[in-house]
Design a protein around this ligand. Structure first.
Ligand code: BJ8
Length: 425
């Protein structure tokens, strides 16, 4: 384990603004303690994930920094449509870059309109402010043309960093899958150039197995949450998935499987984190990047338990495996395109698949209600909320619609609304 002076030296070498960074990390331990560590009856195996988050700007950036020093490359990504399989197949390491903290929003807003979602503002701010070692360690950033805010933000970000933007289809017809397969191929060429390595079918098959392994572990974690009483809090399960965007995929899968061993034992002995009669909630909507825990914390402080997240930091990250029964490059790229286009982001039209996913997750996990969460100024999720509401009504699932941002200002008001919703269930 590197010492604190070594970590600090790494930050300096990466060009992190140490004074601003000190201000950022200074408030984190208290918030982390009051949000995550204070939960009762946490599984022992959560210690690993808590530790990763506690030292988020230290331990994992250190590994990525060593990887770079040994000649490797680091690729930063912002969306679950960017195939990590290719990144690892070419010997690079991947890291998520989405900003989930209010701290970074003002720096993003300095170059963005004030009516931009907090996720884009925070993501840009963390780079422009030089306060995220993950942003500083990345050799290549991969963005994607999903929503308008991201598309335009990439043009601003591209003035500062080495950036590749993947085009995204907006529909899911066969010709769209073919087009997305071409985008994946093009990303492969960009990564070959970056790493100096050649993409072979053997390496890609390995990359597919590696990332499927991460998905299988998270699917196992989701499956165990169907138990009543719930063996793990929604906050902890969300944090595990969030860690998956940063951690080494093989090590991460091993740790998630260990956690599942413990949770399966809990289920056998009827042990839970909340009483069996606690209301069970599915969260759906905009992604919740670390440390955006505001809403699930409010839900669980109000006595309910979140049992699934139909979010990019939830089921969209781990559902649907890439077919491993392919042998040549062309069919592997096709298999990747097919798997990724099964993900149901609101950037697609129509997006009935998302409604089906929410209902399935609610049924499988015996949910009493759904909370639809959209980030303020996110045109995609705020607009789709109307259709989600209709679909939930038809399915007989009560739904609360929440539009919020990263600030703490609406916490009391949100609490009141969530409590009123839970009482009605
Ligand atoms: S696959 S949800 S990670 S695009 S919240 S930036 S949509 S204005 S994040 Fe997303 Fe990929 Fe879709 Fe997932 Fe735009 Fe909305 Fe902001 Fe969003």
């Amino acid at each position: 384990m590197p010492s604190y002076p070594e970590i600090r030296e790494m930050w300096a070498q990466l060009g992190v603004d140490l004074d601003k960074h000190d201000a950022y990390v200074g408030s984190f331990p208290k918030m982390f303690k009051e949000t995550i560590l204070c939960q009762e009856n946490r599984p022992q195996a959560m210690e690993y994930f808590s530790d990763v988050v506690k030292r988020l700007h230290g331990a994992r950036p250190w590994e990525l920094f060593q990887h770079k020093k040994a000649g490797g490359k680091v690729v930063g990504t912002y969306c679950v449509y960017v195939p990590d399989e290719l990144i690892y197949a070419l010997g690079a390491a991947s890291t998520g870059l989405c900003g989930g903290d209010q701290f970074w929003v003002p720096a993003g807003q300095a170059v963005l309109p004030s009516n931009m979602c907090a996720l884009v503002a925070s993501s840009l701010g963390s780079r422009l402010d030089r306060t995220s070692p993950f942003c500083q360690v990345a050799d290549l950033y991969v963005g994607e043309a999903t929503c308008d805010g991201k598309k335009k933000a990439w043009e601003i970000l591209g003035q500062d960093v080495n950036l590749h933007v993947m085009d995204m289809p907006q529909k899911k017809r066969d010709k769209d899958t073919q087009r997305f397969a071409q985008e994946i191929e093009e990303l492969g060429h960009v990564l070959e150039k970056l790493t100096g390595n050649t993409l072979t079918s053997e390496r890609l098959a390995e990359g597919i197995r590696l990332i499927n392994g991460r998905r299988r572990a998270l699917q196992r974690l989701q499956a165990v949450r169907a138990a009543r009483p719930a063996p793990i809090s929604g906050l902890d399960a969300l944090m595990v998935t969030q860690v998956g965007f940063y951690d080494d995929p093989a090590r991460f899968a091993g740790q998630v499987n260990q956690l599942c061993d413990e949770l399966e034992d809990r289920v056998k002995s009827g042990q839970g984190v909340a009483p069996a009669e606690a209301k069970r909630i599915v969260l759906t909507g905009s992604p919740m990047a670390i440390p955006n825990w505001k809403l699930p914390r409010i839900v669980e402080q109000s006595g309910a338990v979140a049992v699934a997240e139909e979010l990019c930091t939830g089921s969209r990250f781990f559902e649907n495996l890439v077919d491993e029964n392919t042998v040549d490059m062309e069919s592997m790229i096709q298999a990747l395109a097919q798997r990724y286009l099964k993900t149901n982001c609101a950037c697609f039209t129509p997006n009935q698949g998302r409604m089906d996913d929410i209902i399935r997750l609610a049924r499988d996990n015996r949910a009493d209600g759904v909370i639809d969460y959209a980030l303020q100024f996110c045109g995609l999720y705020t607009t789709e909320s109307h259709l989600v509401g209709q679909a939930m009504k038809q399915a007989g699932l009560p739904m609360l619609q929440v539009v919020t941002d990263y600030s703490a200002e609406d916490r009391a008001q949100l609490s009141t609304r969530v409590q009123a919703f839970l009482e009605m269930l």
